[in-house]
Design a protein around this ligand. Structure first.
Ligand SMILES: [Zn+2]
Ligand SMILES: [Zn+2]
Length: 327
């Protein structure tokens, strides 16, 4: 064979030209890299690994690309080993959940106050009503909220495991719904969004179940649990810091973020739920953070909107049942 660039003669099976180091399979390698990148984006790590392995065979061993790809394959293998090796030890971190939802709600409200984004009156009313419910229902209310939050966290765990990530050690900051990134692994946009929204999705399930139990039994405690469960999960949808909503927006385009902004703002205006006003404000902020994706994530958008609308409905539908007991 003769090199197209430098006219050096070389063996037909050589991976690169000995004269100018031009890669024989550069077009194929580019294609493989593009497909591996696409597999990474949606969290199909087994496919990504296979594509990288294919490209290794086409690369001379003494190249930087070869080293980099070999390192990425080792990283994927390490991830897989860790996810099967650590077993079920993650739940031990849950012992810290005993601090109680009151402290946790105080903490989340504390962040609001620092932000200065919302009306003091609303917050104080919320805290006051929380205190009232606590006084009336005591442990039943506390237990209901803790279980709701636990189910929310289980959503994250299920999604993390679904992608084959190691779900080891305490990953969750109770109540904030944020989890610490696994071993410094940067999550691709789509898995990041799915894992983030899995918490509010499961949380919505818990709130819906509580609302169903309220309709079935007529016992107000279930309405109260549904109401506060919906509120906590709407809080987690605020797309700032490490909150779930922030991850949820990660995979969306700027236009899609605008759609979430419009929906949250509209729901806020119509239903008057302050938490959705904060979600809208967060979305407005994320219209300018320049961390949006260029490729639309239709499923992520639908998930965000669906969860938000359903939580707002549960919040409104449970308000009546919750209010009866307060007066
Ligand atoms: Zn050459
Ligand atoms: Zn969460």
């Amino acid at each position: 064979m003769i090199c197209a660039d430098c006219s050096t003669e070389f063996a037909a099976d050589a991976l690169s030209c000995p004269g100018c180091r031009r890669l024989t399979h550069s077009a194929e390698l580019e294609d493989l890299a593009r497909r591996a990148q696409a597999a990474w984006r949606v969290g199909k790590f087994a496919d990504e690994r296979a594509l990288w392995a294919e490209s290794l065979a086409l690369l001379p061993e003494d190249t930087v690309q070869h080293q980099r790809i070999a390192a990425r394959i080792a990283e994927i293998d390490g991830q897989r080993a860790a996810s099967t090796g650590t077993g079920e030890s993650w739940w031990r971190g849950k012992a810290g959940m005993g601090i109680g939802p009151l402290l946790l709600l105080l903490l989340t409200k504390g962040k609001f106050l620092l932000l200065g984004l919302t009306k003091m009156g609303t917050l104080l009313t919320m805290l006051a009503s929380l205190g009232v419910y606590w006084a009336i229902y005591g442990w039943a209310f506390a237990l209901g909220l803790v279980i709701s939050i636990y189910i929310h966290e289980m959503g994250h765990v299920a999604a993390i495991r679904g992608y084959g990530f190691p779900a080891g050690a305490p990953m969750f900051i109770p109540g904030f719904g944020a989890f610490i990134q696994m071993r410094g692994v940067a999550l691709p946009p789509i898995p990041d969004s799915r894992i983030g929204l899995a918490g509010p999705l499961y949380g919505l399930g818990a709130a819906l179940a509580s609302l169903g139990l309220f309709y079935a039994t007529g016992r107000p405690i279930w309405a109260v649990i549904a109401h506060f469960g919906a509120m906590i999960n709407m809080f987690n949808l605020i797309p700032i810091w490490q909150l779930d909503g922030s991850r949820g927006l990660r995979s969306l385009t700027r236009t899609q973020r605008g759609m979430v902004l419009a929906a949250a703002g509209g729901l806020w205006a119509v239903l008057g739920i302050p938490m959705l006003g904060l979600v809208a404000l967060g979305c407005a902020y994320r219209m300018f953070t320049k961390d949006w994706e260029d490729e639309p994530d239709q499923q992520g958008l639908m998930q965000f909107l669906g969860i938000m609308v359903a939580l707002a409905l549960v919040f409104v539908l449970s308000a009546g049942g919750a209010a009866v007991t307060q007066g």
